[in-house]
Design a protein around this ligand. Sequence first.
Ligand SMILES: NC(=O)c1ccc[n+]([C@@H]2O[C@H](COP(=O)([O-])OP(=O)(O)OC[C@H]3O[C@@H](n4cnc5c(N)ncnc54)[C@H](O)[C@@H]3O)[C@@H](O)[C@H]2O)c1
Length: 319
Amino acid sequence: MKSSSTSESTACVEEHMKEKGSHPSADAPHVRLVIALEPLLVVFSIVVDLVKVVLLGVPLLCREIYSIFVPRPEKNVRGQVALITGGGNGLGRAMAQLLAARGCNLVLVDIDLQAAERTADEIKQQYGVAARAYRVDVSQYEQCRELGEQIERDGAGPVDILINNAGLIMFAFLTNSDVDRTNSVMDVNIKSHVWMTKVFLDGMIKRKRGHIIGISSMSGMYAFPWAVVYSATKFAVSGFMASLNEQLRIQGLSKSVRTTCVNPYYVTTRKDVIEFLQKPRFPPLTVDNAAQEIVKGILRQDIVVTVPRLFGVFTRFML
Ligand SMILES: NC(=O)c1ccc[n+]([C@@H]2O[C@H](COP(=O)([O-])OP(=O)(O)OC[C@H]3O[C@@H](n4cnc5c(N)ncnc54)[C@H](O)[C@@H]3O)[C@@H](O)[C@H]2O)c1
């Protein structure tokens, strides 16, 4: 919408040009020159783009390939505390076991308390580390805040590693998506990352030690039309993690509080994922393989972890 003063001044200029007869015509020499130069400008911009790809893309690609063969050393998490949301089932449960095997204590947070308790019991028996389970709806700020206080009262913290993993999947075109389910998907997949990080980040900053991990998805990197809202929430998670990482950098905290955003391809955790994957372009990942790759990426403290890793190399060129 134009403001009245803008349209008045535009009218004035037009009037003035009419009086002076100064409308540029296609025959004017400078207009002909611009038209003649246009193809050259197009070629020039293509050359600039190519140079950019070579100067920026190739070193990144080489670094990515080099890091596959010579990975960064993994950090030691023995005696630290990792909190995993959605830690009762699927990827959350598998990551909990891998971290426990490295001597890390666990806080498992899930809306499904039974599953979280079962996982905590298995971990304690198998690995001899401390593991506690809490029932929390991580999409609700108040519940996340109370969890922070409860962990402090129980002496289960402080939390060194926060893995925001809880998420809901919804395979649907937007036109077919149920409103209540859509609301839940948006609440759980986005708000839980914001609320849990808000609750635990301050302590990490004060202790100058922390690591926040957001489980996004490959559909947070590429548009995924079979699950429009889910894909949108995962783009939001990736944006949140990138912005958080940047916040910590400009605050001079990026060495003490790390962030990792994880983008897995399909993992055979859930019935609806398995049913959806009748003809996947690439075979889906098993829960164990995916969790192993994710935990390795977390321990290397990579800022972005793509699973499988090779997909990350291709994305350097495609995004
Ligand atoms: N499975 C895949 O193909 C795949 C691919 C890419 C990314 N991911 C992401 O990985 C994460 C884990 O997925 P998964 O396949 O293991 O799912 P899952 O359903 O097996 O496990 C999710 C866990 O989150 C819990 N949860 C759900 N809502 C909650 C809430 N409001 N509060 C607390 N806990 C809640 C569930 O009870 C469950 O234990 C999700 O964020 C998902 O989007 C999964």
